[in-house]
Structure formats: C-alpha cells, structure tokens
Design a protein around this ligand. Sequence first.
Ligand code: PEP
Ligand code: MG
Length: 844
Amino acid sequence: MKQVYEFREGGKDLIPLLGGKGGNLAEMTKIGLAIPNGIIVTTDACREYFRNGKKISEELRNEILEKLETIQKKPLLVSVRSGAPISMPGMMDTILNVGFNDAVAEEVLASIKDETFVYSSYARFISMFSEIVQGVEKKKFDKIAEETKNPKDLIPLYKALYEKETGEKFPEEVKEQILMAVNSIFNSWNNERAILYRKLNNIDDNMGTAVVVQEMVFGNFNNKSGTGVVFSRNPSTGEKQIFGEYLICAQGEDIVAGIRTPEPIAKLQEEMPKVYEELLENIHKLEQHNKDMQDIEFTIQDEKLYILQTRNGKRAPKAAVKIAIDMQEEGIISKEDAVLRVDPSLVNQLLNGDFEEKAVKEATLLGKGLAASSGVAVGRVMFDSKRVKIREKTILVREETSPEDLKGIALAQGILTVKGGATSHGAVVARGMGKCCITGCGAIKINEIDREMYIGGRTVKEGEFISISGYTGEIYLGKVAIKEASYDDNLKKILSWAYEIKRLQVRMNADTPEDVKMGKDFGAEGIGLCRTEHMFFQKDKIWAIRQVILGEEGEEKNKAIEKLFELQKEDFMGIFKNLNGDVANIRLLDPPVHEFLPKEKADKIIMAKNLGIHLYDLEIRIRKLKDENPMLGHRGCRLGVSYPRLYKAQGRAIIEAALDCRKEGHPVHPEIMIPFTMEAKELAYLRKEITEEIECLFEERQERLDYKLGTMIEIPRACLLANEIAEVADFFSFGTNDLTQMSMGLSRDDSVKFLDQYREKGIWEGEPFYSIDQKAVGKLVEYGTRLGREANKNLTVGICGEHGGDPKSIEFFERQGFDYISCSPFRVPSAILAAAQSYLKNRK
Ligand code: PEP
Ligand code: MG
C-alpha cells in the first residue's frame, strides 16, 4: 500500500487519503501555481500508525525517506503540517523550519547573509519542535529569549534546555527530525481540543490526519517578504471582493495566532504592486478551478509569491447565501449546486436578526473592533472560557482566542477579542459556528485579576451585560433589543430555487390564522398539523373546554360540546381563509386532559359555579379524570371512542367552516385527522361516526364538499398493522414525537434529565426527539409506510412530529418517498432547503 505521495502524484479527488491541505496542494501543483514542493503522508498511514500502537512502521519510514529525495532543494528545510480530510482549523500541530542544524544554518547564511534572520528561524525551530514533539513548555524558551540579545547565542541555550527537559540530545539529523515531527503530528490528531472539535462538528474520530512535508519559504526573509491570508470573496458579507490581511516580515503562524494586528490586503497593492497583481490572478484561477470561495494562505519571499494553501472558505450565513447566488449567476456553478451550498441550519441563523435601529441609537457605544463574524449577541461579560456555562447568555471577552477557547466559543453567545484580525483563529471558528464575533478591539484593557475591563472610559465588570454587533464591530453597554428575522432578497432567491427543485411538499404545523399567515410567507404549502386543543389555551376558550371535560354526561356535556365547536368554527374559518386554498390538516382533539383542568382554587370556584355544583363535587370529578400516566392515558382517539359526540361535533365544525368559507369565495381543502390510533377497528368506528355526522350536515345544507379523513401513525402497533389501518384511512401522518417516546421507552418530557449522561458515556449520540432514530424508529416508519401503501394505493404519507423540521431527518423522509413533511412556520424555510438538498442527494 502506497503511504506517501509526491504533490505531482495527487489531486483533489484524493482528499480522503491526502487530507484537505495535501489534496489541494497537489491539485494546485497540477494547475501550475507557484507551490513550494513537497510530499504527503496519507491518512491511511495515520490510521495504521494508531493500529500499530503509535509506531511508524519500517515500511513507512523507508517510504518517507525515499520520497524526501524528490524534494531536491538543498539544504532541505521543510514545514511539517497536519491536514485532515475535513478542515479543523488550528486544532492540530504544525512545525516550521524543520531541517536546521549548525551546518545547515551556516549554509543558509552563506546565501542569505542575514544572521539575525537565519538564527531566529533556527531558534524558532528548536522551540517549536521541543514544544510539539516533546511537550517542553514554550514559556521556558521565551524566558531565555528575553534574556538573550543575539539569536545566534540562543541556539546552544535552547539545545541545553531541550536536553535538560528530555534527557536526550537535540536531533541534528534532518531526516530524523522529519520522522519525529511526522510522529508528533499523527499524535496531535488525538489531542484534547481536536477531539472536542470533532465532537462538536460530528467528524469521524477514525478518519485520521495526513501530514504534509513541504519546502519552507520564508515570509520573514526581509522587508520585501511577508505572509498573509486572503479570501477570494468577503466571508462576512459575500461581496465579490478579495478580503484578507498580511504581515510584513512574518511567518504564517503569526497571522493565525492573532498576536500582531495585520494590514488589510488592499495595502499590498501599494507596497508590492506586482506581487498583488500576481496574487489576484492566482486567486481568480483557484476560485474558477475549485468553483467555490477560497481561503488562501500565501507567503512572499523577497518579492516572490508562493501559494501555501487553499481551501473552501468558511463564511457567515448571509455570505454563504450571497456567494452561492453570485456564483450561479456568474456561471461558475449550477442552480442545484448553489442550493446544495447553503447549510439549512444557516437559514435559521439568518432568521435570527439584528439589533433594533432605535435601540442602537439610544444605546451607549463603548467601542469598536473588527466585524469578524456577523450576527448580534447580548450577554454577560466573561473573561475565562472555562467559566462560560450552558444556558447562560455570555459574551466571551479575551485578549486573543486560541484553540483552548473552543468550548467557551461554542457555548458563548458572542466573542470579543482585543487582538487579532478577521482571519485569526477565533474569528474563523466563530464564523464556522455562525456566531457573532468581533476581533482586534484594541480599545479594551482587560484586568484579569479584578475581572473587569476598561473600554470607552468605563469599567465593565465580569457578569455585566454588553451587546455586540458582528455586522459593524460595535460594542454597547447593557442589553440592546434584537429585531426578528432578516429575511432578505438573497435568501428568498435561494429558497425559491430550492422550492423549484424539491419533491417533498413542505407544510406547516400551525394552530392560528396568524401562524398560518407567517408560514405561508415563509413558503409553507398548507397545514400538516393543526393541534385543535392548542386553540383552547386562550383565556376565553379555556372555560368552554373545561365545561366539556367536567360537564355531566348526557345533555349537559353535549350542549357544552356544541358551544365549544361553535367557538372553534370561527378559528377554522380564519385558518381556511389565510390558507387560500392550500390543504388544511386539522387534528381532532388530542388533549392531555390534566393540562386543561383548573388548578388554582379561584378557578375551581368559578368552574363549580359555572357547572352549578359544589366545590367538593368538582374536586371529585377532577380526581376521577386524573390519569396516572397522562401520556398513555385517556387521550387521543380514546376520548373520541368514549365520547363520539366530541369528535362528531368537531368534524361537523370543520366541514361547516369549510362550506361557509367556500360560500364566501375561498377555495378549501380540509383533512380531518384522528390522533393516536392503535387499531383499525378503532379508526373504522370513528370514521363511520364522523362521516355520518358530516353526511347529515350535507343533507341539511344541500351541498357537498370533498374532504379527506385519515390518521396519525404514532404508536408502534399502528406501524406494525399499517395495512389494516390504511384500508380505512385516506392518509397517514407519522407522529414521530409519540412514536419515538413509545418505541424507545423515553418520555418526551423527562428524557432531558438523563440523556446527557448517555451522551457522556458514549451510549447514545444526538437527541432522538430532534433527529429521528433511523435505526429503529425509522424502521417502524419504513415498515408502516410500505404496508400502508401496499394496502391503499391512494394513501398520502407525511410526517408532523418535530423531526419534520430537522434536515437529517428530512433526508430520511425523502428516501422513504413521503408525500410531505410538516414543521413549525419558522422552520419552513430551512425545511424547504433541506427538502431540495435531500432530493438532489437521493437522486445521485
Ligand atoms: C407527534 O406525536 O409526533 C405529534 C405530532 O403529536 P403531538 O406532538 O401533538 O403529540
Ligand atoms: Mg402525538
């Protein structure tokens, strides 16, 4: 098995093997860009290394040494970098200037003639190598450096420190240095921050990293040298304009570390116009070739440009949408590709909004930094990443962020740093998470000891609220009000493309005419679930349903029922009108009875009075109605079977409202849905009862209307007997909330208490009530769908559980050939996008 590749032997298609960095370098070599030469040790070799008990095998050693011969430059000075197939910025290690020893230093000095440069590079190599390969603390080297003026004098002191700390002599042999470096880069795959980053980003732990060994070029060579990071388009706004920064006389790590604040890229045009022109040409070539926005690292050595690295750039949600659209319009990618480029979760972030203009005008501006990642955040100031807590709104304020801050960044609402540019590590990570971030706010002075900061003439203590805008870089005192939804034209355009592409119908779960209006504006194609019991939570209606629940069997209850649905009919009409002819799937009552019963004494007194009974008798009725296990109690269609009058009257109210609306000129498509079915005979009974009632209504009014009557499938038994149920149903709507609860034996309400422990112990990943458990619950869904469709060729199949808004679950429903998905109105836009992407992926 080949474990080491020369750049010219690889390409982008080999990224799983060569890593993102390696694959891209090989690809760039192929298209003729100025790439310093090098070799790549594969991810296979990394996995083999771990299987081998963290040992580089004899074969791999020989292969590396043999391939090193192809880098002909002498003396051989190289960088040794990690590069996984999926970008993990700053999470693993890099060692620069590998290859130095005393003889090499002399040799380099003979051509470069700059002693300071040569020996600081050499010294830097020793300290980096010692820190990364042997874990010697960097500050010990820094202390020596502070006390030593001449870099040449550092070399013996550094080597002595190495020997003292490790008990070994510093390796002088270039090849040995490289092999040790490769070894430690492999190990960095499993350092703490890399493991956490993979966990947060769902990256497979078994993937392994490749290692790139590449000729060094020196950005710290002289004042006509430098290093920079440039994006082919603006990663915050998406504008088609290069965006980036560089540092004169510096090496790449200086930019990423964010310690010196760099110059904006435009300044390079004044400083080195020819290099700038060449850079533009290279950026254009790379973008055209890779068909995506590029994040490029470059180095200039003595006015010669080298491209060191390129990858698809991380971008803010707004930029992701704009870039996808622009690239389609520029003919670089197709509409399908543009739709595939936007992560559905970004859409939700885009709907998260900005500060209210009025509130901004009235707010106290404390200062301004670089707007590094868009969005806004309001939270309490926290200076230490370790103290940022879940569920606490926090703004992490740091001198500069480092990969150690990852957990803090993930938990905080927003990030604010004193140092660092817009491409510093923290900014890149925050942008990837779609999190608001401001960097380089030099006006801040942090006092770590007293846990406070000074900014804009004020002292802000840890725990006090500030508000930050990643659009403007502005920092405000206190809480600034956030306005909802930035639903801009670009987002609407990409969604309209997704809408054209998708196969699944995307409906909404909506219970009020207002929700319906919002969902329609977001592109929903009708209602997939209207929970009619939710309509009774409003103050005036709750008494009417209490009257139904608590009223005496017989005439009193029936009267209360008629009155209740007379009230509800108006709501149905509002919904039908706002739907404008789209389908309305209305579910008959599925009330957890206890939620509607009066709890306060004052309410009980009113209720008893309404019913004309004594408070004591009311208490008895309430006690009788109380289920020991409400989730499996007298709910759903069990109520319908006990009180057919309830379902009959509600069915009548729905159809009456539809007839009235039609009379007023509004087209209507009602669907009546029975919840919680477990048995075909149960559904057949209710169907007969409701149909008879509706037939009476048609008779009375001398007019008819098409409607459908079907059921939710949310009980495992119903999935297993779906063929029988389908014979009496026009549609199935999978209620995956209850289905998950019942098939996993996990309470919808209580599992939050212990699922974290399952995740920590590696027993369970993810959240089963958010993303469907495809392995088992999915199997029930698949089985139920197949049986149902075999028994009833005209059966419509959809989903209305929470999973209907989750992109990963939507992919599953697409594969099952569902007719529709349904989710809350706010999730409709991302569901439309996810549906289109699922269709495109499934088609492939
Ligand atoms: C379900 O169970 O998935 C469902 C949509 O119904 P509810 O959440 O109202 O129980
Ligand atoms: Mg349910």
